[in-house]
Each structure stands twice: as structure tokens, then as C-alpha cells.
Design a protein around this ligand. Structure first.
Ligand code: NDP
Ligand code: MG
Length: 396
């Protein structure tokens, strides 16, 4: 039996992972499941899958979790340290599907115990790519990409030499507002931004999809995971979301990965790697699809893409600053404090502001320094958000 743990088990990726694992209960020994606020879901799945431990990130939820697990053999725990402890429990395969920079430390803990890390939490690579990749190498662990584009690239590279790769093209749906007049974007509401045209995902990544901050994170993720120069990574809008990525080789060949927009494909590939096994995903009828379309992203509509290029050129801890600022700007948009279009403005200003704080972005890439850069970015973002909200109130 393979020992598996799922970090972020109550989320969209976590639930899709559980869907696959629950289909073959005899094949898996579930070690740890983690969540945050969704205690009922966490407890139901932990009992159903006979997990050893269920952990909520929220200390104030420990009592509720204990109550929900009463009478079962599942141990309850809570808090960030308990998450790390759960990730450190020996397991063969760990799904990293916590949302945000909060997934970094537990993911590193899983790698330190030598597990194969199925990585959905792209923020880990954006904030601390070199550290994450090095931790895997040092401890003999392996990272398998779960982000659909990166899984697609990974699959297109099987049997190929990296020297033969000329370029990597990751596709983007263009998000909820891809066809809106650009001047309307400032008035987009959280409810509109959390509705995706093709994919069913968590609310945060759905908004990031509309702003293309998600693609910006994925550009950086591509660079960190595959070690390619930023000028060899492209992104193209592909509204049908059926081609997830393409790899271009030196002979001009482009290898595309085509599949339905169902995350169980990428999760299942990482779960069964290096084999392929049956997956309950739809099979595409190409004749019925008929046409696949592509278009270049408009930089004015999607300023996040340029910001990602700046971050890659800057290097150091700029990725952690970028992500921290983005997370706070996203919170502020979801809470109704800033406009949709202000998110990119906040992130750009934070990058400038932190550049002016000597040493922060050039500190050595350790977990502590990455978390410090993340905190500094969040504080700077909060200041920028307050200033913007103030301007909006006074009408200036
Ligand atoms: P969800 O918001 O659906 O789920 C997030 C998970 O993280 C939940 O289990 C949530 O718990 C938990 N969580 C939230 N905050 C914290 C915290 N501070 N500490 C610990 N755990 C926390 O997100 P998704 O499943 O959509 O995304 C997860 C990750 O995978 C993200 O990094 C995302 O970018 C990436 N990803 C997602 C894709 C998708 O299709 N959804 C596609 C590609 C990548 P609870 O719900 O109990 O509060
Ligand atoms: Mg993706």
C-alpha cells in the first residue's frame, strides 16, 4: 500500500485527489489530511479514508475538529506547526494543495522526509523555487507538477533532452473577462471574477485567472521547475482550454498536450507516475470540437504578465514579494476594498517599495528569509491598499 498525505484536502485540488484515491481504497494508506476552515469536510474525509491524522490550519477550529472526529481513530491537530508535523510524517506521496504561500513550509517538510511531492501549490515555486528544488535534490525526493500546464510540459518532455528544447508555450484561458471591453474591467465585481468560463477551481485561483496573475505565477513556476530562460517561455490565450501547454524543440516540432479541462488528469498523472492508468476523465471528440483558437495576450489588459517578467529578471526574493503582495491585493479585491484593476497597481508599487528597502530582496534564499520577504510584501501591500482605498473615498 502506498502511504499518501493530502495537504489542502478540503480544497478543489484536494477533493479531486480524494476522488481518485477513494476509487481504489485498498491501494492507499492515508496518513494525513489537512484543511483550514472547512472542518466538516475534513472530518468526513479523514474518517472515510481512515487517515491517521487530520489537521486544521486554524487553531481556533481544534475543538470543532475534535468533536467531528469523536468516536473515530483519527487524531486531531491544529495550527501551522501541526501542518508541518503532518507533512513530516513518513509518506510515499504527498499532495501539496494548500492555497498561497502558506503551502511552502509544509511542502518543504514533506520533501525533507523524502516523499514524492505532487505540487499543485505553485506559490512554493514562485516564492522559493531554488530552495524547493534543492530540498528535493538533497533529500532524494521528487517533485511532480500538478498545475495542468506544467504537467503538460512534463509529459511532453518524456524521453527528450532539455538541450533540445527551444521554447515552452503555456496556454491561458484568458479568464472571465477576456472578451470584456477593457474600460469595464475596473468595475468587475468579486462575484463576476470568481466565475471561470472553463475550469471549476478554488475562488482565489479563479480571480487570478481573470487577472492573469495565475499565468504570471505560472511563468515563474515554469522557469523554476524546468530551469529554462524566461525568454524561452511564452504564453498564448487559448479560450477552449483543451491544449494545456506545448513544447517547441530545436527542429521546429511543437508537442502539445491536449485534454479536457479536468484537474484529475494532472493529479492522476502525478499519482500514477511513471505509469499511466485509467482515469475517469472525459475523452475528447475532436470532430465535435472542430476548431481550436489562439490569440496573443494584450499587455494592457493583463499587466500581471509584465510584472512576472520583471520579477524573473530581478531574481533573488522578488518572487516572494510578488506573491505576498498579490495575495493581499486579492484579499482586498475580494473584500471590496479595491478595484479589480488596482490589484496589479498594488503589486507594482510594492515591488518598487521593497526594492527601496536595502537587502530584503537580495537576502539568501532560506525559508526564514522568504517568509520575511513575504511578510514585508504583505505589510507594504496593506499600506498601498489603504492609500488607494483612501483616494477612492475622497474621490482624488
Ligand atoms: P482551494 O481554495 O479550493 O483550497 C485551498 C486549500 O487550502 C483548502 O484545503 C483550504 O482549507 C486550505 N487552506 C486555505 N488557507 C490555508 C492556510 N492559511 N493554511 C493551510 N491551509 C489553508 O484552492 P485550490 O484547490 O483551487 O488550489 C490549491 C492550490 O493548487 C493553489 O496553490 C492553486 O494555485 C493550485 N492549483 C489549483 C488548480 C485548480 O484547478 N483548483 C489548478 C492548478 C493549480 P479550507 O477549505 O478547509 O479552508
Ligand atoms: Mg494552471
Amino acid at each position: 500500500m502506498r502511504r499518501v498525505s493530502i495537504l489542502g484536502a478540503t480544497g478543489s485540488i484536494g477533493q479531486n485527489t480524494i476522488d481518485l484515491i477513494a476509487r481504489a481504497p485498498d491501494a492507499y494508506d492515508v496518513v494525513a489530511l489537512t484543511g483550514a476552515g472547512n472542518i466538516d469536510r475534513l472530518a468526513i474525509d479523514a474518517i472515510r479514508l481512515k487517515a491517521d491524522v487530520a489537521v486544521t490550519a486554524n487553531p481556533e477550529c481544534l475543538g470543532a475538529l475534535k468533536d467531528a472526529l469523536a468516536g473515530s481513530d483519527v487524531t486531531a491537530a491544529a495550527g501551522p506547526q501541526a501542518l508541518i508535523e503532518a507533512a513530516s510524517r513518513p509518506a510515499d506521496w504527498v499532495m501539496s494543495a494548500i492555497v498561497g504561500a502558506a503551502g511552502l513550509a509544509p511542502g518543504l517538510a514533506a520533501l525533507e522526509q523524502g516523499a514524492t511531492l505532487a505540487l499543485a501549490n505553485k506559490e512554493s515555486l514562485v516564492c522559493a523555487g531554488r530552495l524547493v528544488m534543492q530540498t528535493a535534490t538533497t533529500h532524494g525526493g521528487r517533485i511532480l507538477p500538478v498545475d495542468s500546464e506544467h504537467s503538460a510540459v512534463f509529459q511532453a518532455l518524456v524521453g527528450e533532452a532539455m538541450e533540445a528544447v527551444e521554447r515552452i508555450v503555456i496556454t491561458a484561458s484568458g479568464g472571465a473577462f477576456r472578451d470584456w471591453p477593457i474600460e469595464k474591467l475596473a468595475h468587475a465585481t468579486p462575484a463576476q471574477a470568481t466565475t471561470h468560463p472553463n475550469w471549476a477551481m478554488g475562488a482565489r485561483i479563479t480571480v487570478d485567472s481573470a487577472s492573469m496573475f495565475n499565468k504570471a505565477l505560472e511563468l515563474i513556476e515554469t522557469r523554476e521547475f524546468f530551469g529554462v530562460d524566461p525568454d524561452r517561455i511564452e504564453t498564448v490565450i487559448h479560450p477552449e482550454s483543451l491544449i494545456h501547454a506545448l513544447v517547441g524543440f530545436r527542429d521546429g516540432a511543437l508537442m502539445a498536450h491536449v485534454g479536457p479541462p479536468d484537474m484529475r488528469h494532472a493529479i492522476g498523472y502525478a499519482l500514477h507516475w511513471p505509469e499511466r492508468q485509467d482515469l475517469p476523465v472525459a475523452r475528447l471528440d475532436l470532430a465535435q470540437i472542430g476548431t481550436l483558437t489562439f490569440r496573443a495576450p494584450d499587455p494592457a489588459r493583463y499587466p500581471a504578465l509584465d510584472l512576472a517578467r520583471q520579477v524573473m529578471a530581478r531574481g533573488g526574493l522578488a518572487g516572494a514579494v510578488f506573491n505576498g503582495a498579490k495575495e493581499r491585493a486579492l484579499d482586498a479585491f475580494l473584500d471590496g476594498h479595491i478595484r479589480f484593476t488596482a490589484m496589479a497597481e498594488v503589486v507594482a508599487r510594492v515591488l518598487d517599495r521593497i526594492e527601496g528597502q536595502p537587502g530584503l530582496m537580495d537576502a539568501e534564499m532560506t525559508l526564514d528569509n522568504v517568509l520575511a520577504a513575504d511578510l514585508a510584501a504583505r505589510a507594504a501591500a496593506d499600506a498601498e491598499i489603504a492609500a488607494l482605498a483612501g483616494q477612492a473615498r475622497t474621490g482624488s
